[in-house]
Structure formats: C-alpha cells, structure tokens
Ligand binder design. Structure first.
Ligand code: KIV
Ligand code: ZN
Length: 391
C-alpha cells in the first residue's frame, strides 16, 4: 500500500470529544459528522459504542446518515465491546471496527499486570473476533510510541495474520520526536511480514507540541493514514490537528502525498466545531486561528500589500478565509493606512496621507487597534484642511 494517497481519519467525535466539558449530544454529532463527510475525510471515528447508551446511539445514527466516509467505532480488546460496536455500525455503508490493546511495557505491567505473550494473544483474539462481524478491522497498539520496536513488529505481524486491515501506531502520550516516530514506521515497514497489504496509521498526541510534525514524519516514512481532529482538540494537549496536516501536505507538493480534503471548508468546519463544543481556538493557532492571516507590523503589512506571498505561504482563500487582514496598530505604516482607507472609500494624496498618518498615530497610541470608524474620524480631521477624494 505505497501510493501517494494519505487517508484522513477524523476522530473529533471520539478522541476529540474526550475533552472535559466538550460533550456533544447526538444531534450535534450528526451535524458534525455530515460536515466531515462533506469535507472529504475518509474515516469518521464516531464514538466508543460500549461506553454509554448515548454513545451507542450516536454511532448508530451517524452510521445511518454518512454517505461516503467509512464509519468507525472504537473498542477495547474485549469481546463484548466488539459485539456492541458491530451492532452500532450495522447500518454503515462502510463499517470499521477499531480494536486494540496497550503494548508498551508500562501498559503491560501496570495496566494489565500481564505479559508480552498474553497481550499478543488478546490482540489476535480481538482482531479475529472483530473480523467475524466486518471486513475492515483496524488494530491499535496503544502507547506504541513507547513500545520497543521489535516487540511492536511481532504484535503487528500477528494481528495482520488475524485479518487486520489497518495498523494504528499511536503515540498515546505525545512523547516521540519526529525522527523517532518516522523511524518506527520505517522499522515496521521493513520488518513486518504482510505490511504491504495493510495501511499504517499515525495517531499522535500533542503533549510536547509535536503531533503534526510526528504525523508528517510518519507519512514520509510510509504510513498512509493520519488520525486527527478538527482544531486539534483532544485529551490533555490534544490530537494532531486535521487542518494542519492537510495543509502541510498541500503546501509541500514535492512530498507527493495527497489527501481528499476540500480545504476551502476548513475554516467553516473549525468554527462549527469550536461553537458546538464551546471550545475556543487560540488566536495564533495555525490555519484557523483569528490571527493566522492577520498582519500588524508595518514591515509585514507593506510587503503583503505589495505582494501577499512576501509574508504568506498559503492563500487564505484555500482554507476558506476570505482575505488576509491588515490590522492597524501603532506599528503600522503609511502603506497600511492608505490601503485600509481605500478599502473603506478614501483616496488620499501623498500630502493628505502625511496629515492622516499623524492623526492615525495619535489614535493608535491610545488604543490597541485602529478600526474603520476611527479612520472615518481621522478623515473628518483631514477634510478640515484638504478635501479627501472618495474612492
Ligand atoms: O491515543 C491512543 O492511543 C488512542 C487509542 C485508543 C487509539 O486514542
Ligand atoms: Zn488518542
């Protein structure tokens, strides 16, 4: 499975929804699931059906309405979880069961009080059982980021034999460095029999701020699925942000890796998720933050007004933001003032701009940002000595 298509597996409604205070009801989940389908994600992880009757119902309703994407339900390596997930997914056009177990020594020793061999046995049993319900079975090796590669390779080989179609290699604790995570994928590609017949999947958490870098390193090294959430929401510091990995791949075409995402819907989808979850996005968040395409220093504004590409590496319209914002502050120069004045209807001569700029600086020193109404007031002052043309 070494083509150039990277599958986008969205887990906003499962890992994303695990954030305290972000609980959604079924109706809200259905709206988001429909939007994710429209956005072009390949897989929607709709929930963890055995966890509650509400989650079961959400997965089941989502399975009914999603038209294109695979709908996936999470389970532990527990028979009842798997059976319940298969029931919740029974109306899905393309159902997937996502089952798995912790594989790091810390999980084996402290969580399961078990042994490496016994964990392999449980993993194989879970995959075989899931396979009796659906063709598409994804296996996760929880805490794979801290799992010894040789043992991880053995686990992977055994679950492939049992019928797994996708192998998820989660950096559950967000600990890995990009080189390390990429090397793990490469090791698995080179040392696991049957690996070419399955998809390797990246599932990275952002505890050290490296979820996006790790996921990209994963696909450069042969993974072909990225698990991510809108706005990067998720437990603790969150998951890989969908909008970030998608735009990294789009803006670096020489990597020759593509997704099926309609990027023009990214901004609107981000707004939808932050509003329904009541989870604001930091202004400097890459791609979808309020300041992602805003310029406030004079040097940058002058460059962007002359040619956007001087300080922007992507077109805001490509992610559904209508235009770059020139924010007027005390650090702005004449070019920015002339630009914004023209946008709201004033054509200034050079002399008028000099006068306006002095007024502008007086206003800007008193407030954080100079708004359109302030510019109208500044023009009234300029008009007292010289009539400003209306653009
Ligand atoms: O982070 C993780 O390991 C997970 C698994 C349950 C897939 O979310
Ligand atoms: Zn996770």
């Amino acid at each position: 499975m070494q083509d150039n298509k990277v599958q986008i597996f969205d887990t906003t409604l499962r890992d994303g929804e695990q954030v305290p205070g972000c609980k959604l009801d079924t109706k809200q989940k259905l709206v988001i699931a429909e939007r994710l389908d429209l956005l072009g994600v390949n897989v929607i992880e709709a929930g963890f059906p055995v966890s509650s009757p509400g989650d079961f119902n959400s997965v089941s309703e989502i399975a009914k309405i999603v038209k294109n994407a695979t709908v996936c339900g999470l389970t532990r390596a527990v028979e009842n979880d798997i059976k319940v997930a298969s029931e919740a997914l029974k109306f899905a056009k393309h159902p997937r069961i996502h089952t798995g177990i912790g594989t790091s020594d810390s999980h084996i020793q402290f969580k399961f009080k078990s042994s490496r061999e016994a964990v392999i046995e449980r993993a194989v049993k879970a995959v075989s059982y899931a396979k009796s319900f659906v063709e598409d079975v994804e296996f996760y090796a929880e805490d794979a980021g801290r799992t010894d590669n040789e043992y991880l390779a053995r686990v992977c080989e055994e679950v492939i034999k049992a019928g797994a179609t996708v192998l998820n290699i989660p950096d559950t604790t967000g600990y890995c460095l990009p080189e390390e995570y990429g090397a793990k994928m490469k090791y698995l590609r080179e040392n696991v029999k049957g690996i070419d017949n399955v998809i390797l999947s990246c599932h990275c958490h952002n505890d050290l701020g490296m979820a996006t870098a790790n996921s990209i390193s994963g696909v450069i090294n042969g993974a072909r699925q990225i698990e991510c959430t809108i706005n990067g929401i998720g437990e603790r510091a969150g998951n890989t942000a969908l909008e970030e990995v998608v735009m990294v791949l789009k803006q670096h075409p020489y990597l020759n890796l593509e997704t099926s995402i309609n990027t023009k819907l990214l901004y609107d989808t981000s707004i939808m998720v932050r509003e329904s979850m009541g989870m604001p996005v930091q202004p400097n968040k890459a791609i979808v933050g309020a300041n992602a395409f805003a310029h406030s220093s004079g040097i940058h504004q002058d460059g962007v007004i002359k040619n956007r590409e001087t300080y922007e590496i992507m077109d805001p319209e490509d992610v559904g933001v209508t235009e770059s914002a020139i924010v007027l502050t005390a650090r702005s120069g004449r070019a920015a003032l002339a630009y914004r004045s023209k946008k709201i209807g004033y054509e200034l001569t050079k002399l008028q701009l000099d006068v306006a700029y002095q007024e502008f600086l007086r206003t800007a020193d008193q407030q954080k940002e100079v708004k359109d109404q302030d510019i109208h007031n500044i023009m009234k002052e300029v008009n007292k000595t010289s009539k400003v043309a209306i653009a």
